[in-house]
Design a protein around this ligand. Structure first.
Ligand SMILES: Cc1cc2nc3c(=O)[nH]c(=O)nc-3n(C[C@H](O)[C@H](O)[C@H](O)COP(=O)(O)OP(=O)(O)OC[C@H]3O[C@@H](n4cnc5c(N)ncnc54)[C@H](O)[C@@H]3O)c2cc1C
Length: 381
């Protein structure tokens, strides 16, 4: 090798989901060939998780994108293996497959671990949502199931899917001329509170129109099958079926100090992991109260900018200032929701039935949304 040739800066991205892919695309744009990117992920595909809520209703399945094709296209080395532990002193990641991968910068984008919170409920696992809910929707269509409760654990996981499932179920019952009584109970003080007041008001109207009873600030228990206890107040619901969101926990990452009891990875405003040089985290794995694709993508962009700056690429890295964008399905038309997040609540709340941001995909992501859109267009041609 020519000794004057500069070695590229080695970036290791652990995780091939929203945050991992967004960061890879951002780094290609911001640091180009200053970086050599390796992506470590056990799954061969990126699945567009938000669209999985439609699967039990017999709509088309969520799209799957082969990661090897994406990696080839954007110049990323793909390793189909899994993160096992971090040796920060030597800047090495040890994998489940026994490899040792060196890095100059590491992005932990491993997503969250899903754990059932309620004993007597169907806890959503989006990898098998059709199998979990298809029969239930058929029972609603056939008039065999009339009372449902949709509940969330006391720490709200992803905001949208529970609302979408409740709305789509109500519509399906209406379309099939079946009576249904749906209660939606969450710890939020208003529907989709993270999106702010204007969104909450619109969504409350939508729920009312669909005959869905929303119970705010609810901490639920399921003491027996078909029974939901709502705190405070100890109100008891008797229903045919209970559908719950899982509780989310941080991923297993030995070597990364985690002060948060739920295992999420601490980050600063540049998505750096405090105390670990060259280590960043983004997405559902990171310690931020809101778990959402658009938030994961913004954190990935912030981390990518900070990593690009380490390579000497031009540009001032920005700080994480969360804005949440979401597309709510289940009404006549999709609703486009946005808010700045301040102190765990949505401010500057905006709701529209027209897109209000560019590349208005279900997951708003600066680089990933247009990239997937162009792949989808090419696939149709
Ligand atoms: C049903 C549903 C609907 C949703 N709807 C929306 C929506 O409408 N809009 C929205 O913005 N968000 C939505 N979300 C939330 C959104 O999907 C997540 O916030 C987002 O996927 C988080 O991205 P991530 O990259 O942090 O994690 P993930 O997308 O979960 O990706 C994690 C990646 O890490 C990999 N991984 C796991 N363990 C390891 C390991 N040990 N080593 C290496 N890699 C590993 C996984 O294989 C995966 O590739 C929804 C979620 C669900 C479940």
């Amino acid at each position: 090798m020519n000794p004057n040739e500069k070695q590229p800066f080695e970036v290791l991205i652990a995780g091939g989901g929203v945050a991992g892919l967004e960061a890879a695309l951002a780094l290609r744009e911001l640091a180009d060939d200053r970086v050599a990117i390796t992506m470590l992920t056990p799954e061969p595909e990126f699945v567009y998780r938000p669209m999985r809520v439609r699967e039990p209703f017999a709509y088309s399945a969520a799209r799957h994108y082969p990661l090897d094709e994406i990696a080839r296209e954007i110049g990323v080395e793909l390793k189909q293996d899994a993160f096992k532990w971090l040796d920060p002193g030597h800047r090495d990641v040890h994998t489940e497959g026994g490899e040792q991968l060196a890095y100059d910068a590491l992005l932990l984008a491993l997503g969250a671990r899903l754990s059932p919170r309620f004993k007597h409920a169907v806890t959503l696992d989006d990898r098998r949502i059709d199998e979990q809910l298809h029969g239930l929707i058929q029972d609603v269509e056939g008039g065999y199931t009339h009372k449902l409760a949709f509940i969330a654990p006391s720490r709200m996981p992803w905001p949208l899917p529970l609302y979408e499932l409740a709305l789509m179920t109500a519509r399906r019952a209406f379309d099939m001329n079946q009576d249904i009584s749906i209660t939606l109970a969450t710890p939020e003080d208003a529907p989709l509170a993270i999106f702010g007041t204007a969104v909450s008001e619109t969504v409350q109207e939508l729920l009312t129109e669909h005959g869905i009873l929303f119970v705010p600030s609810a901490h639920c228990e399921t003491p027996a099958p078909g029974e939901v206890l709502l705190h405070p107040g100890s109100r008891r619901l008797h229903v045919d079926r209970v559908i719950a969101l899982p509780e989310l926990f941080g991923p297993s990452t030995p070597g990364v100090p985690k002060p948060d009891g739920h295992g999420f990875i601490p980050i600063d405003t540049h998505c750096r992991v405090p105390g670990l040089e060259g280590v960043f985290a983004a997405g559902d794995a990171a310690d931020f109260a809101v778990k959402h694709g658009s938030v994961a993508a913004q954190q990935a962009d912030v981390a990518a900018e900070a990593i690009a700056a380490l390579t000497g690429a031009p540009g001032e890295p920005s700080k994480f200032q969360p804005v949440i964008h979401g597309v709510l399905l289940g009404a006549d038309k999709p609703l486009y929701l946005s808010a700045h997040i301040t102190g765990g609540h949505g401010s500057s709340s905006e709701v529209s039935d027209e897109p209000t941001w560019s590349s208005p995909a279900k997951i708003a992501a600066k680089y990933l949304a247009p990239y997937l859109e162009s792949r989808d267009r090419a696939a149709v041609r």
